[in-house]
Design a binder for this molecule. Structure first.
Ligand SMILES: Cc1ncc(COP(=O)(O)O)c(C=O)c1O
Length: 423
């Protein structure tokens, strides 16, 4: 079987494909401890809410209306209007529906945006997407039509009490050049749970404006919804910022609804791309979100149900980790948002890819760190010392996974000692 250049690139078995396969199997295999992919929690209060809402929408004919009609290529107009009004009132951003486009999940929004701004240009030049703070979301890594579309920068590391640390943008070594076509950062960050500070964000915004490139902020976990953020970070938007949001972490990943908030010209471009690629984005997620806004539930549930749920889970999970793994054996990135913990095994004698394989053999799924450094120009041992775990499952499952992790780490240490002794 032979494919085009596009086909060769997009049929590779990438990190994101492996992660989604693991997640599909892990979520449906009894006994597996699924700490791998980014499936959001099944929060009983949210599931009950969606059951009731969908029932009501069904009775009102809203579901049938959404299912039986195409929306426009920029997505459901009623939701775009309602979102613009909500964000205007909430943050004072000067938005109308013309600043908002919907996509089939925000994953496809990133594919659109990266390839709109980076890659080969008509004048023969080539632009890249800069991730100013690696580690960064692994779903970006293979979304370029051209090879080598991404370049990322190593962070500086601040050590914190209680075996925690925090990555910062290393502005002294951040290079923005003629080949930079876009700057992109997830905030809160997948995989680390980091939230880059307001000062860092403002500095990135200033640099982007100075170099006349857009700043993409991936707000899949942020405010005002789903609100999985535990620090006081201020949201930011201006016409040079492309803010991406999603309904997934609200508890609706199956609705595949992404939201792009940007300057009108960018939104018009996205609408045209939607038309070519999918005619129109799906209507069900947008219909649900519109009902939630009308009822005043979208922000209320994010604040009152979703954020407290995750905040409690992350604290429980850290307490469990510390029962099995002291700070000397496992550092934890300060959890400021998102649904993951980023663990750093400073003196691990194998790579976290090997650790991943060993854990998988024992039914525990996590994601090894090296996938999260798309476009890092130089080898960096740190990329093989870290592991991402989802803290969404219940405490019993988390404890089972962490116990097995601690056992494997102890076994690796023991095998290493034996090996040294023999040689
Ligand atoms: C940081 C980040 N951005 C984007 C996405 C894509 O989400 P979706 O396509 O479900 O909107 C994810 C999914 O986990 C994510 O973690």
């Amino acid at each position: 079987m032979s494919f085009s250049v596009f086909g060769d690139k997009f049929t590779r078995h990438t990190g994101i494909a492996r992660l989604m396969e693991d997640m599909n199997q892990g979520l449906r295999t009894p006994g597996a401890v699924m700490l791998g992919g980014g499936n959001p929690a099944q929060i009983p209060a949210m599931n009950d809410y969606f059951d009731r809402l969908l029932g009501q929408m069904h009775r009102d004919g809203v579901l049938a209306e959404a299912l039986s009609n195409y929306d426009g290529p920029q997505g459901k107009t009623t939701l775009r209007d309602a979102l613009a009004t909500m964000l205007r009132e909430q943050f004072g951003w000067p938005l109308t529906a013309h600043n908002i486009a919907l996509t089939n999940g925000s994953q496809s929004a990133f594919f659109y945006l990266f390839n709109l701004y980076a890659g080969r240009r008509a004048d023969g030049s080539k632009k890249r997407v800069l991730f100013p703070l690696a580690p960064e979301y692994l779903g970006y890594a293979d979304a370029g039509l051209d090879e080598d579309l991404f370049v990322s920068a190593r962070p500086s590391i601040e050590m914190l009490p209680e075996g925690q640390f925090k990555y910062h943008v290393d502005f002294d070594n951040l290079h923005i050049g003629d080949d930079t076509g876009m700057i992109c950062v997830s905030r809160p960050t997948n995989p680390t749970g980091n939230v880059i500070t307001d000062e860092e964000l403002l500095q990135l915004d200033a640099l982007a404006q100075q170099h006349d490139v857009p700043l993409v902020i991936d707000n899949a976990y942020g405010v005002p919804f789903p609100g999985i953020i535990f620090s006081d970070a201020r949201p930011l938007w201006n016409p040079n910022i492309i803010l991406c949001m999603s309904l997934s972490k609200l508890g609706l990943p199956g609705s595949r609804c992404g939201i792009i908030i940007a300057d009108e010209a960018v939104i018009a471009a996205i609408g045209n791309m939607n038309g070519i690629i999918s005619l129109a984005p799906g209507s069900i997620g947008p219909a649900i979100a519109k009902e939630m806004i009308d009822r005043g539930d979208l922000l209320r549930l994010s604040d009152e149900v979703i954020r407290p749920f995750y905040q409690q889970r992350v604290q429980e999970t850290i307490a469990i980790i510390r029962r099995y793994l002291p700070a000397e054996r496992c550092l934890i990135h300060k959890p400021e948002g998102a649904i993951f913990l980023w663990l750093w095994f400073n003196d691990l004698q194998v790579t976290t890819e090997v650790l991943y394989q060993r854990l998988k053999q024992r039914g525990v799924l996590m994601v090894p760190g090296h996938f999260f450094f798309p476009g890092l120009p130089q080898e960096w041992p740190h990329t093989h010392q870290c592991m991402r775990m989802n803290y969404v499952p219940d405490a019993r499952k988390i404890e089972q996974g962490v116990r097995i992790l601690a056992e494997e780490l102890a076994l690796i240490e023991q095998q290493n000692r034996e090996h040294q002794h023999v040689s």
